[in-house]
Design a protein around this ligand. Structure first.
Ligand code: GLA
Length: 384
């Protein structure tokens, strides 16, 4: 059942318009966005869909089809409910109001193909689809980049996760067959053709649900800020870890911060270097070389940044044994979700069969697989 017929069935009349926004993958550059470094994400072919129509009053009525849950609130009395799906939609409304846009109430139906808590950023997909739909519904004249910033602020301020800008950027700006090489300091970016030859982008889903709101994510961010504050004592021009060279993490720095803060800083700086080197390798069609950078990224995320978990580590250790996998690593915020793997097309099914058996017998859980392709970002959906 598509989002239009769900809307019609639920509200008893048809929607004015529909929009979709995809989830994202990230090839390399993890936990670098809020440190104003580089990322290499792409939008994928799984999306959040919203159907909307204006109301004459100030009531917002929401229906999440996949959860079969509804929620109603007055536009002028928005308050977030913790860990509730409505916050991703209402956070966008809150930001629109804060930026002086005039809105009325509306009815909205949400459906989402992006698996929740799997590290593919279903939250940014929902926020971006909402921003895209409301922009059109109320004629707000927002540019795509405005929507990206707005969706990030919605998540930071209303949902309470101090996430970076990568997920919304990929969701709104994605293009078919391209990754986006994004500099999170000034938001300059270039589309990066992904010529992966006969490799597929395969996600293995641990089934372990992560919750960024759980505090560990925000804690990582604070630890990085502590590192920056210590470095600023000696290097006043340093604004973020992006401005820091590895050589600056010397003995003097080591004595000025905790071991944990030191490790976090080391990881972020090394990850930015890996991304730059990895992009150069991809441009030379050296997919195995790029894959090695992915393994390096995972090691850093697991040992220095400490955002992996035993299930993710297990799946990456399986991947390392396979000739047909160029590289693998955990993806997204961590503590669960998926690994991203570059896998030879003709080996995908056999690998899945063997990995899922091993995963079941070692971790006692079912392994899911998604084969993704870089896809286009936010768009209106034909109403027909
Ligand atoms: C989550 C956040 C992003 C980014 C990643 C880690 O997906 O929403 O901003 O920080 O984690 O790279």
């Amino acid at each position: 059942m598509n989002v239009k017929s769900v809307f019609t069935e639920h509200f008893g009349y048809g929607p004015a318009l529909m929009a979709k926004s995809p989830g994202r993958i990230n090839l390399i550059g993890e936990h670098t966005d809020y440190n104003l470094g580089f990322v290499l994400p792409a939008a994928i072919d799984l999306c959040a869909f919203v159907a909307v129509a204006k109301r004459d009053d100030s009531i917002i009525r929401l229906f999440a089809k996949d959860l079969d849950e509804k929620y109603e609130i007055d536009l002028h009395a928005l308050v977030p409910v913790e860990n509730h799906w409505s916050a991703y939609i209402l956070g966008v409304v809150d930001q629109l109001l804060k930026s002086g846009k005039s809105l009325t109430g509306f009815d909205l139906v949400l459906t989402c193909d992006v698996p929740i808590g799997a590290g593919m950023s279903s939250s940014a997909a929902v926020e971006s689809a909402t921003a895209f739909a409301l922009n059109e519904l109320f004629g707000l004249n927002l540019e795509r980049l405005d929507m990206v910033r707005l969706a990030q602020k919605a998540e930071n301020e209303f949902v309470g996760v101090k996430c970076g800008i990568m997920d919304m950027f990929a969701s709104v700006m994605g293009k078919d067959a391209q990754a986006i090489q994004l500099d999170c300091r000034d938001l300059s970016y270039q589309y990066f053709p992904l010529n992966l030859e006969d490799y597929k982008i395969v996600l293995f889903d641990t089934g372990v649900k992560h919750s960024l709101a759980g505090g560990e994510y925000n804690l990582r961010r604070q630890q990085c800020e502590q590192g920056v504050a210590a470095l600023q004592q000696r290097f006043p021009t340093v604004q973020s870890l992006r401005d820091v060279e590895l050589s600056m993490l010397d003995d003097e720095f080591k004595t000025s911060v905790t071991d944990i803060v030191f490790k976090r800083c080391q990881y972020v700086i090394e990850e930015n270097i890996r991304l730059e080197q990895g992009c150069a390798l991809l441009l030379q069609n050296d997919i195995k070389g790029f894959g090695d950078k992915m393994y390096g990224s995972h090691k850093g995320l697991s040992e220095l940044y400490e955002v992996s978990c035993k299930e993710l580590d297990f799946l990456v250790s399986l991947a390392k044994e396979e000739e047909s996998i160029a590289g693998a690593r955990m993806m997204g915020g961590g503590f669960g979700g998926c690994t991203i793997n570059l896998v030879k097309a003709d080996a995908v099914q056999d690998l899945y069969d063997r990995f899922s058996q091993a995963y079941q017998s070692t971790m006692g859980k079912e392994l899911k697989m998604y084969v993704t392709v870089p896809s286009t970002g936010s768009a209106l959906v034909d109403i027909v």
